[in-house]
Design a binder for this molecule. Structure first.
Ligand code: CA
Ligand code: CA
Length: 246
């Protein structure tokens, strides 16, 4: 159950200038995922990690976008916040949509439980804090109707180590409830080590489902990305060969 809790540290504001490099519609295949890949310098705190953001549309058994990271712990909110040690703050696990308050991510007819933040705009704290039973460097979530006033922050022992807003994911982040660009599975690789997640929204609402976390060896991430880029290079060479005169 969500309960009111004491105020968390303010989210660290990061400097991001890459939003225009990503076109929101081009994340539905691996090829486009690579093209739309963002390497974000997490200019937060003392961290110098380069966070890699990718987009996915792989569906789970209920037809909800989910992670493809092997071994990741997935929190689908069908059994409260099972998978987290605790969930507290100004949020609620909801189903369906409530006009002006929350909308089921991507599918207005969907009745799958998901997390909406905040529950009540009149409260002082407009965020929910989710604590992990372990540390991780990967996080994924199906982020619905992405708004520029949504903020996703990562904590290590209560201190913010990285923070992203809806505009870091897509632009415009206008809360469209069905467009692929504002309803997508978002993967954050190579995050600074974290053991808590803060979901914040200064207006209604930040809707999300199928949270996933894992500790992913960075060489594996690099290998995956290198393979994708190499594949694109091979494709180009092949086209070049076939266009040569006989
Ligand atoms: Ca769910
Ligand atoms: Ca929203």
């Amino acid at each position: 159950m969500f309960m009111l809790f004491k105020k968390q540290p303010e989210a660290v504001q990061c400097l991001h200038n890459h939003a225009s490099t990503f076109t929101g519609e081009s994340h539905l295949t691996l090829k486009y995922a690579i093209r739309g890949l963002l390497v974000v310098g997490a200019l937060c705190g003392a961290s110098a990690n380069a966070v890699t953001i990718t987009y996915d549309s792989t569906l789970d058994a209920q037809g909800i976008p989910t992670t493809t990271v092997a071994g990741a712990t997935v929190v689908n909110f069908s059994a409260g916040c099972t998978g987290y040690t605790s969930c507290s703050g100004n949020g609620l696990i909801v189903q369906g949509s409530s006009p002006g308050r929350y909308a089921a991510p991507g599918l207005l007819s969907d009745t799958n439980p998901y997390l909406s933040v905040p529950l009540d705009l009149s409260q002082t704290t407009l965020s929910a804090t989710l604590l992990l039973p372990t540390t991780a460097n990967y996080f994924g979530l199906f982020w619905g109707s992405i708004d520029d006033y949504n903020t996703l922050s990562f904590l290590l022992n209560g201190s913010t180590v990285a923070s992203f807003t809806g505009l870091d994911i897509t632009s415009p982040a206008n809360g469209n409830q069905s467009a692929p660009a504002t309803n997508t599975y978002v993967n954050f690789f190579d995050l600074p080590t974290f053991n808590g997640v803060v979901i914040s929204s200064t207006q209604y609402a930040f809707e999300s489902d199928n949270h996933a976390y894992a500790s992913v060896p960075e060489p594996a991430t690099l290998a995956l990305l290198s393979a994708g880029l190499l594949g694109m290079g091979v494709g180009r060479r092949r086209r070049k060969v076939t266009s040569m005169p006989a």
